[in-house]
Design a protein around this ligand. Structure first.
Ligand code: ARG
Length: 477
């Protein structure tokens, strides 16, 4: 998970003097080498460099506008930070564990590059409000990236549903054949799950998009800063109201992880169905070879690795949510070093959800349904029994009585080893219910599909109408 930065005991580094640290003034002893490595976060938080630099540029710009920095000083700082960003982009920047984290690595590099004036950047801020700002910028970007992947997948689901609007399949409850549905209708259920995820992420983004900078360490700063201006420069919609809360709050991160976990739970349910459906027992769909792997011992195997992995990865993302909740539990206000532990789970969450959405967005269009087999399966297991009962109700039989009559007919069919439609009218009606020839039409899969013809139901016409609405809902936020 971590990029390879040598730990202090893996590759001996010169012991840094505490006085070399930005905070070294009050220390007599050098930092223990293990402690230095133990407390450092640069191995993972270097990933925040673009956000850290953007935040610093906005901060320096505001400081100059407020007369706290000179205009020339601000320009040198911005030029220095811009050059450092280019160096990091190009992979030429040397990260140092002795400089602890992304913030101090960049600040030290700035001072090395532009000299004394670089030491003024940290005026009126703290790493506490700095890291909270970086993290919010990062999650805001991440939500936007995930939204694009979600959109791709949602679009693929609508296309898939459209292709399969007429394809019959068995619908299940308790994984037992229940009633015929269309494959398009089933796929639209996945669409609904993920469309809610999209809305949840968008809602979470509102609470991510609030500026903590200006809280400084915890109490605010003695300088006449203009926080609204920094918010404007960084595109934040609001400024955090309370400085203590601003540096200690990680609710937005937990919300993000929660949206991500629920998205993964949804993907795991889709994954599970793909695994079942592609099995030799179901044979509902064929997964593309390009998304499967073979067995090193069993030559006949074609394994649904991609859905299986997505299903498996839902565990770690859910685990990260639990980890973040526990990280915050009982923490006293305001900032505590514990919070450094928020980053790895968040980064892994973002990467995992991104890759899983991408995998499914690529996989879905390549799935081949076995339509003949699906149709056969849709008819098995007396899946039109409810239609029979509904028919009796329309002919005046109370539903509970109808249920019992049909149950009898199913028993007769099981005993004879045949389907409901193969029973005589007398057998169907148990000798007394008002059953006529038209029942045979209603007992077909097609009849059952056509009969469920209202908003939200499975009839092909309803599926098509839902797809049209779905496309509108996708384009309107
Ligand atoms: N690396 C720290 C983190 O990730 C940055 C903030 C450090 N603040 C402090 N007061 N030590 O949380």
């Amino acid at each position: 998970m971590k990029p390879s930065i040598p730990a202090a005991d893996a590759e001996p580094q010169p012991q840094s003097q505490a006085t070399e640290k930005p905070w070294g003034g009050r220390f007599e002893q050098a930092t223990d080498r293990f402690v230095e490595a133990f407390t450092a976060s640069v191995a993972f938080d270097r990933r925040l460099y673009a956000q850290d630099i953007a935040g610093s540029i906005a901060h320096a710009t505001m400081l100059a506008e407020a007369g706290i920095l000179g205009a020339a000083e601000q320009q040198q700082i911005v030029a220095g930070l811009t050059a450092i960003r280019a160096e990091i982009d190009a992979g030429h920047f040397t990260w140092s564990v002795a400089r602890e984290d992304v913030h101090m690595n960049i600040e030290s590099a700035l001072i090395a590059r532009i000299g004394e004036v670089g030491k003024k950047l940290h005026t009126a801020r703290s790493r506490n409000d700095q890291v909270a700002t970086d993290l919010r910028l990062y999650l805001r970007d991440t939500v936007d990236v995930l939204d694009r992947q979600l959109l791709r997948l949602l679009g693929a689901l609508l296309d898939f549903a459209e292709r399969e609007a007429d394809t019959a399949m068995p619908g299940f409850t308790h994984l037992q054949p229940a009633q015929p549905i269309t494959l398009g209708h089933h796929v639209l259920a996945w669409f609904e799950m993920l469309l809610r995820d999209r809305a949840r992420f968008a809602d979470c983004r509102k609470r991510v998009n609030v500026l903590p900078l200006g809280a400084a360490a915890l109490a605010g700063t003695t300088f006449p800063i203009r926080r609204e201006r920094v918010a404007e420069l960084l595109g934040f919609a609001a400024v955090a109201e309370n400085s203590l809360d601003a540096v200690s709050d990680r609710d937005f991160a937990i919300e993000f992880a929660s949206c991500a976990a629920l998205t993964m739970i949804h993907l795991s349910r889709i994954a599970e169905e793909l695994v079942l459906w592609s099995s030799q027992q179901f044979r509902f769909i064929e997964l593309p070879d390009a998304f499967c792997t073979g067995s090193s011992i069993m030559p006949q195997k074609k394994n649904p690795d991609v859905p299986e992995l997505v299903r498996g990865k839902s565990g770690r993302v859910t685990g990260h949510l639990m980890g973040l909740l526990m990280l915050m539990k009982s923490q006293p206000l305001a900032y505590n070093k514990d919070n450094q532990e928020d980053k790895e789970p968040l980064f892994d969450t973002a990467d995992t959800v991104h890759d899983c959405l991408r995998a499914f967005a690529d996989l879905i269009p390549a799935i081949e349904p076995r339509r003949e087999h699906l149709l056969q399966a849709a008819a098995q297991g007396f899946t039109t029994a409810t239609d029979f009962a509904d028919y009796l109700v329309r002919r005046g039989v109370p539903f509970r009585d109808a249920h019992a009559i049909v149950g009898q007919a199913v028993r007769t069919a099981i005993a004879k080893g045949c389907d409901l439609a193969q029973l005589s009218l007398t057998e169907l009606g148990g000798g007394h219910a008002p059953v006529t020839e038209e029942i045979y039409e209603l007992l077909t899969v097609e009849g059952a599909l056509l009969a469920r013809d209202h908003l939200g139901a499975t009839a092909p016409a309803q599926v098509r109408a839902a797809i049209v609405r779905g496309r509108k809902r996708l384009s309107s936020r």
